[in-house]
Design a protein around this ligand. Structure first.
Ligand code: BGC
Length: 407
């Protein structure tokens, strides 16, 4: 007689009480109808246009998030709507965001509000964008206005989203507006944005003494392609300095916002005199071609532990139009977050990127549409704006409800 196969016992990984679970979005990617920013007015890349019409459908979308057991939500405010011209405040736009945030609070969500997520009003772009110091002052004025008008609804302030990525993509790689290719400018933009964050930090605290203010930085897990190569190891150190130590030592933060997507094996090639980012050969990839490697988030969280601040995962997600990989992606990454907590990292929330399929920042010469990459827990049919809850959204909803992951 054959021995009976052993039944695997299920195990439940419980998260700390009060852990925040939700999803993140950004204004230009979901709202639709934004006409006056530097993405909608450029002509080299596909634009967002109507996006998911979230500007008009936010109530139904939040209801859906609530049904999916989210208790937190991250969104961004569109600067170009609020201040269409320098010093001119659009009362209707402010009223709109008042209703949006009030709606979230009335439904019991903890709110994460991003003040700058990659887009600028046209007038800011015209004056040289973030390469120009003036923009730091203007950003501070805008933040002051938000603190006065909407601050009461904001639990977590995310001043700027991914300053490092923004500076690189727009000012060094030439992939995003303003399509510049200058290492010097890119560095200035990075520095100015961090200064913008510090200015915002002080301002917000002047209005709200107990405010929780941070920034969302994109941090990948970097490894040397050849573990024994001196140059590969050196390049990893350089990348860690640029992406972790520099921004977090230069800024004052009440919490760390981590956007995590990538595992990068770095090969420094002397031949081309530049680094190359090489993927693992047998790795599973997302539609974007990014490697799925849940352990990466654990490693990054351990690296951030030294700053001694509470950490919120402000973004983590996958482009997966078939939703075949997303359920296990979520379970895998959440499990690693749990292990990081067990190792003493103070992680207090996880916001999945993203609630809805939405506009995805295309890269010059690579992507012909802004809507091919689908990161949503909820599928959107852009012909009629119908929402359809994906299987992964339900898998995630169970984790949110239980405040635990059952293996
Ligand atoms: C950005 C999001 C973007 C996501 C996926 C992050 O870097 O903050 O706006 O959609 O990556 O590419």
């Amino acid at each position: 007689m054959k021995p009976k196969p052993k039944r695997q016992k299920s195990r439940t990984l419980r998260f700390p009480k009060g852990f925040l679970w939700g999803a993140a979005t950004s204004a230009y990617q979901v709202e639709g109808g934004i006409a006056n920013n530097d993405w909608e007015t450029q002509v080299r890349l596909p634009r967002a246009g109507a996006a998911c019409d979230h500007y008009n459908r936010f109530e139904a979308d939040f209801k859906l998030a609530k049904k999916l057991n989210h208790n937190a939500h991250r969104l961004s405010l569109e600067w170009s709507r609020i201040e269409p011209d320098k010093g001119k405040w659009d009362e209707e736009a402010l009223r709109h965001y008042f209703h949006v945030l009030e709606n979230l609070k009335n439904q019991g969500f903890t709110t994460f509000v991003t003040l700058h997520h990659f887009t600028n009003p046209v007038w800011v772009a015209k004056q040289g964008g973030w390469a120009h110091k003036k923009t730091v002052d203007d950003f501070a004025d805008y933040v002051g206005k938000i603190a006065q008008t909407l601050g009461q609804f904001i639990d977590f302030w995310v001043t700027v989203n991914e300053p490092g990525i923004y500076a690189y993509m727009g000012y060094q790689g030439g992939f995003w507006p303003p399509f510049a290719k200058s290492i010097l400018k890119s560095f200035m933009v990075y520095r100015n944005m961090l200064e913008g964050h510090n200015r915002a930090y002080k301002l917000i605290h002047a209005y709200y003494h107990d405010a929780k203010v941070g920034l969302a930085q994109n941090v990948s897990y970097f490894r040397p392609f050849h573990p024994r190569s001196f140059f590969d190891n050196l390049e990893v150190k350089v990348q860690e300095f640029i992406n972790i130590d520099y921004p977090y030592r230069k800024t004052i933060c009440d919490f760390i916002g981590l956007n995590h997507y990538m595992y990068r094996r770095i090969h420094f090639s002397l031949w081309f005199w530049k680094k190359q980012v090489v993927r693992g050969r047998e790795a599973e990839l997302s539609d974007k071609g990014w490697e799925i490697y849940p352990r990466a988030v654990y490693e990054v969280l351990l690296k951030l532990k030294k700053f001694g601040k509470p950490i919120y995962i402000t973004e983590n997600g996958i482009a997966d139009s078939t939703d075949k990989k997303r359920p296990e992606f979520i379970r895998g990454y959440v499990k690693e977050v749990y292990h990081a907590i067990k190792r003493g990292v103070d992680v207090r929330g996880y916001l999945h990127w993203t609630l809805l399929d939405s506009y995805e920042w295309p890269v010059l010469k690579q992507e012909k549409t802004g809507y091919k990459m689908q990161f949503g827990l909820v599928k959107v049919d852009f012909k009629n704006q119908k929402r359809a809850v994906r299987k992964s959204a339900r898998v995630y909803a169970k984790i949110c409800k239980d405040n635990a992951l059952t293996l």
